[in-house]
Each structure stands twice: as structure tokens, then as C-alpha cells.
Design a protein around this ligand. Sequence first.
Ligand SMILES: [Zn+2]
Length: 457
Amino acid sequence: MSKSIIEQLFILLSRNVVDIAASYIISHHFLPLLLYYSNSSCAGVFNMMSGKKKKEVNLYAQYVAPTDTQRHRIGSYNGMPSIVSKECTGTGIHIGIDGGKVCDACMILRKERGTSNPGTQLNRWYTSISRCIERRQKDVLTSTDLNDARKFGATNVCYLTPAGIQLREEATAQVEYGSHMKTLGSRLPNKTYKTVGEDSAPGMLALFSDAVKLCEENPEFQSSIIVGLLKAAVARQKFGGNAKLDETTVNFFRFLATHDKRTASVVSANLFGPSERWMRKLNGRDRYDCVLDGEDGKEDKVLARIEEAVERRSKNGGKKVSFSMAIDATKVPSVIEISSSHKAIVGAEYPNHMISIDGKTKDEIDSILEGKDSAYGKLSAASEVKVTVVSFQGSPPGIPQSEIVAARPQSNNDSNDFIKDMERAGCNVARSTETSFTNFTVDGVSCERQACDGSYL
Ligand SMILES: [Zn+2]
């Protein structure tokens, strides 16, 4: 059965198609590979295909423009950048060190010693360029980073490609940012204690965008001391040294100051907290009279407090002021410590509950604390505090109904004269100010009952 002419023609045509396809594949895919392995193009002094300077060639070719005086230029090997001699013939005839074949000129330049060897240039530029690229990702620019940026910013543009010039502009911007941060830093009152390098600059934008996210997702973070500190720092920058700071922040610095004033001022200087002068002012402002009854003239102190309390309620439309008194004890942690605002050792049992340290040396204070001082002996910490509250009838608007007028630290249910002292003070006030001392309340602890029994008569 013979095939029709059309069928035969079709077979011929399809064979032809296969042939055309095969020759296309050979010429476009295998030929370059054959050329690469067999001979031909010079692999250059260094190239991006192989060898130990692949990375260096890559960055160098992107950002650096070799000058007229240099003996090399940017070439191409296998479609990728290479460094070739200006006398490169383009044809490789010797086996290259990094593989492939190289021309005479490229081989000679590769073996050159000193700065005319392109390898020296590659190394030098690679370091500074890769640092420029790394700096983009950094959260904190250290003084070394800023120095590097300053150096790169001073590069003559004739050595750079357009991409290199862009990199140089970035570096200049980094230096400007750094010097801006330095100006801020120099506003700190106490530069001596700065722990971060003078020129270092944090990557602020990254930090703040993270903080915004945290604040949105975490309400606890919003009310944290760290946010308070930041607010304080911002307030100080905007409104100066005496800017109003929120209470938590001020308390934080005051708490530090109770441990060590020097530390507090260093921390505050570095965190833009309140200045030392401002802290002193704040401390002075609320150095209220201590409510503990003093070791001498205690009755007078309590008396004076009750009198002041009566005075505050005297503008009540001519009505007679009436008050009552109540005493109860509350448990306290047994701690003996120094109160810097009252300049006293507090926390021991009455009558050593408030030992003045005004004018005493550190050794003298230590000796008292260690129980070696003959005047005080071994201090024992109080476990409770007896508190006296005076309550008033008809306090004017804005004045509280009651006030604490005395507190005495002691051990559990110590029998003492506290109740009698308080009662006497109340009676004296009532007599001298024509007020009514209506009643006196204690709970049923035996020592207090005994005291009450005595006063019925
Ligand atoms: Zn060459």
C-alpha cells in the first residue's frame, strides 16, 4: 500500500522541523558551553564565576568606576562582571588561576605586586562598600559605624558608579543623623557618666515602629515605667528641665535616690529624667511632718497636730467643732532602714523608732544599725504600728472627715502609755480650743482595756 503524496510530504516536513529544532538547540545552548570549555574568552584578572574574589568583583563592578590611571577596567566573562587588564585581548590562551583561560595581559596583572594589582583595590572597596550595605539594616550605629560612614561620605565621586554615588549620599545622611544625636547627647547634664559611645546613634525609626506595635497590642506596656520614662524624656526635650513629669516617673527616680543619690543623678541624666536640682525641690516640697510621735516632746507634737486639724475645720459656719479619737494597730513588715527625707533611722520599736542621723557620719550610722551604739543598743524592728485617727463632725467641703495624728511602731500588743498620751493630748486640745472631745475608741486588746479602765474614773 503506497502512501499518498500528501502523506509523504507531511513526513518530509516533520523531519525538517525536527532538524531545524535540533540545530537551534545546539547553536543556542550547547555552543556557548562548548566555547566556554574549549577556549576563547579571557576570564580576566578576577571574575564573578569562580575564584576567591567572586563577592568582591560583584560589589566592585556595581559601585566602583576604575579611573584612567588604573591598569584595569570592568569587563565581562560569561555574561557576568569581571576585572580585566586594559590591554586584555579578550581571548584566553593560558590556564587561569581561577579556572578558564586568560590572556597575557590579564595573567601579568594578576601576578602584579602592590597597589597596581586589582586585588588590592577589590579588598579595600569591598570592606567599605559591604559596611555601607550592612549599616542600612543596623539598629544602632556605633562610633565605628559613623566613622566608616564619614570616610565613605568623603569619597571622590569620580571613583564611583551612579549606584556608588547613591551609597555615598546614604553615608553622608548617616553621619548627619549621628551628629544630630550627638548634639542631643551633649545636652545631658553629666556627660562624664555616659556609658554609650559619644557618637553612637540608635536606629530610632525601627525602634519606635516596634514600640508603637507593642503599645497597640499590650495595654500593660502603655502604663509601664519605660513608657513613663520616655514621656519624661520627651517632655524635658520639649519643655525644658522643669517640665511636669508624671508621678510614677518621679517616684522611680526618688526611689533610686533613696538608695544612692549619685546613681540616681547618673541614671536621670542619661534618661533625661528630672535634674538633681529639680529633685531636691520636689523632695523639699513634700517633706511633710513625720506622723510618728517624736522621742521627745511627743505629746506636744500630737497636740499641735490635733490643733491644726481643728483649725482647718473651724470655718464651718460658727458651729462648735466636735471630734472623736480612735486607736488601732496595724501589722508592718519588720524592717529597719534609713529615711532620707526625714534624715532618720526608722522601723525600730518605740522609743528608738526614729533615730536622727542628722550630722552623723556613715560609720556612726552603721554602728547604730548594727546595734553597736551604746546609746541605743541592739535595735529590734517593730512588727506593728499603733495609729491614732481623729474624726470630726461637720468638716467643711474639701476637708476630710478624719486625720491621722500619731503613729507609734512597737511589738505586738506592747503594754505602753500610748493610749494615755493620746487621751491627754485630746483633752488638752478640747480645753484650749473650746471644742468637744466626744469619745475615744479602742478595740478589746487587754492592755488597751486596762488603760481604758483607768480613765473611767
Ligand atoms: Zn584578558
